[in-house]
Design a protein around this ligand. Structure first.
Ligand code: FAD
Length: 502
């Protein structure tokens, strides 16, 4: 059973072999692997433990419950919304479940240019296979594709572009379409459903509502963590301390480096929190004569890879898939005020939405804000914003090719197109910072791995270069952007590198 910090009435001090910070993709997998090996594991999670019954399918209720900073986290300049999970299961509770392995080109690049050893495609293949088996990863059958994804498939076919179906980790899916605000049918084969129960079956303690505030270390060796229990209203109550010779950081590529900075981890080469990538994305809407009802059915079951080549220096760095928004999200995206906005909202059932996500080169940084919250500095480079503009044009082309009568680019000011030949008029500057609504859901790379301590925070084993016994097993590990959904890569690295932990 998951324990809650809300129930603690006095300061607590516990002992463990391993204490894990965070229970998302990385933390959930680490807890399961290490508990199975017989280690005494305590996993601490700052957010609550929610069950399928808590998922009301309402954006206004679920966003504050499931997301960091109640869904309002963004870059310091407010140009990009950075969306990440908070709660037992982390971002795997509300992600869309799509699954892709770390691409071989990316693993090769990490080995060649980032001194990452022991993570070749051949070494990881059996681990990918075992992760996919345990999380029931399979391709979404064509008959389960919803109308929004059929639009993308139609556009890809009409233009003769590259594209294909996607795999997901879901079982017993009812196609309700509310994946991003939590599954009321418990169909997600994720950290919360599969890995943490397995860890607890093997003796691990999972404690929600405890925010870790400091890693205990003497600059050379990890000793445990200190945190605070959080009440229902989020207020701090009592102190929680766990003494352990091994600490696993799995608080995400935002939470882990912020905690590292708060804990004054040694950082002789100023790498902690650097190298943030996050696949910033923009959405483009198309209006159709037929009803799309994009809120129904499985989201993101099809992709377009026409503009995605992962070789270094490539000028094709855009991944396109679908991104239907529920009513509040759509209302934010659709242009105008009063009557004009109402007219768009009335056409909501006839709208399809595509997203272009960037395989980004721009490097951001996570540090600690004065208010104690993570501060995210990230500004798109010129070439990255031009890439995203290409993505916007490609989405517009796909929508027209699929039969859209109008295409809407939610830029400042909004662009409405009525004919395919107008697509080229979308300016290269459309995706400049503050030029479009932008969101990022894949933070990566702020405590990256590699054997060279001048460039990487942790070794290729996941252990900190300076602090023995401190491991990182989450999205922070990636030395570069990966150009696709990261969860399978994170689950896999956490499983594979767990064998070094101890
Ligand atoms: C809306 C959305 C859709 C997505 N869709 C997909 C998808 O379809 N496919 C895919 O591959 N990826 C998807 N992702 C991304 C994917 O879910 C994440 O990349 C992945 O879960 C990250 O794993 P992680 O272990 O790094 O962190 P997370 O899973 O985010 O877990 C980190 C956990 O640590 C906790 N934590 C942080 N700091 C502390 C602290 N100090 N003390 C205690 N606890 C702490 C957090 O509360 C959180 O629960 C999506 C993400 C979002 C937001």
């Amino acid at each position: 059973m998951i324990e809650s910090g809300r129930r603690l009435t006095g300061a607590s001090r516990w002992q463990a072999d391993v204490v894990i910070v965070g229970t998302g993709a990385g933390g959930g997998m680490a807890a399961s692997e290490l508990a199975r090996r017989g280690a005494k594991v305590i996993a601490l999670e700052e957010g609550p433990a929610l069950s399928a019954r808590d998922m009301t399918q309402r954006e206004d209720e679920m966003m504050p419950l499931l997301y960091q900073e109640r869904g309002g986290r963004s870059t310091a300049d407010l140009a990009i919304r950075v969306i990440g999970g908070r709660g037992v299961g982390g971002s795997t509770v509300h992600n869309i479940n799509l699954c892709k392995r770390l691409p071989p080109e990316i693993l090769e690049l990490w080995g060649r240019e980032h001194a990452v050893s022991g993570l070749s495609e051949a070494e990881l293949r059996p681990v990918f296979e075992s992760v996919e088996r345990d999380l029931s990863v399979s391709e979404i059958e064509p008959e389960r594709r919803n109308n929004n994804n059929r639009v993308l498939e139609r556009g890809v076919a009409a233009l003769g572009w590259k594209g294909g179906p996607l795999k997901h980790n879901r079982q017993g899916c009812q196609g309700s379409g509310f994946c991003e605000i939590g599954c009321p049918y418990d169909a997600k084969q994720n950290a919360a459903k599969i890995l943490l129960p397995d860890a607890m079956d093997h003796g691990a303690r999972v404690v929600s509502d405890v925010r870790v505030t400091r890693i205990l270390h003497d600059g050379r060796r990890a000793r445990g963590v200190v945190g605070v229990a959080l009440g229902v209203d989020g207020r701090q109550s009592v102190e929680v301390r766990v003494d352990a010779n091994v600490v696993v950081l799995a608080g995400s590529a935002i939470g882990s480096p912020a905690l590292g900075v708060a804990s004054s981890l040694p950082d002789p080469h100023a790498r902690l929190g650097r190298g943030l990538r996050m696949h910033p994305g923009v959405a483009v809407a198309g209006l159709f004569d037929e009803r799309i009802e994009g809120w129904r059915g499985i989201p993101q079951s099809y992709e377009c890879t026409e503009l995605l080549e992962l070789s270094p220096g490539s000028d094709k760095r855009v991944w396109i898939t679908t991104a239907f928004a529920h009513p509040i999200g759509a209302a934010i995206m659709l242009p105008g005020f009063g009557e004009r906005h109402r007219a768009w909202m009335l056409r909501y059932p006839n709208i399809a939405v595509l997203t272009a996500m960037l395989h980004d080169d721009s490097e951001g940084r996570v540090s600690l804000g004065r208010d104690g919250r993570p501060r995210i500095d990230y500004v798109l480079s010129q070439s990255d914003s031009e890439q995203l503009a290409r993505g916007v044009r490609a989405c517009a082309r796909l929508l027209f090719a699929a039969g859209a009568t109008k295409v809407l680019v939610p830029s400042v000011p909004p662009i409405e197109l009525s004919r395919p030949d107008e697509v080229e008029s979308i300016p290269g500057s459309v995706a400049r910072p503050h030029g479009m609504l932008m969101a990022a859901v894949h933070p990566m790379g702020t405590m990256c791995l590699g054997d060279d301590p001048r460039r990487a925070v942790v070794k290729s084993t996941g252990e900190h270069h300076q602090v023995a016994g401190l491991f990182v097993l989450d999205g922070s590990l990636f030395p570069t952007s990966i150009g696709g959904p990261p969860q399978i890569g994170i689950y896999t690295l956490a499983r594979y590198l767990s064998r070094h932990v101890g």
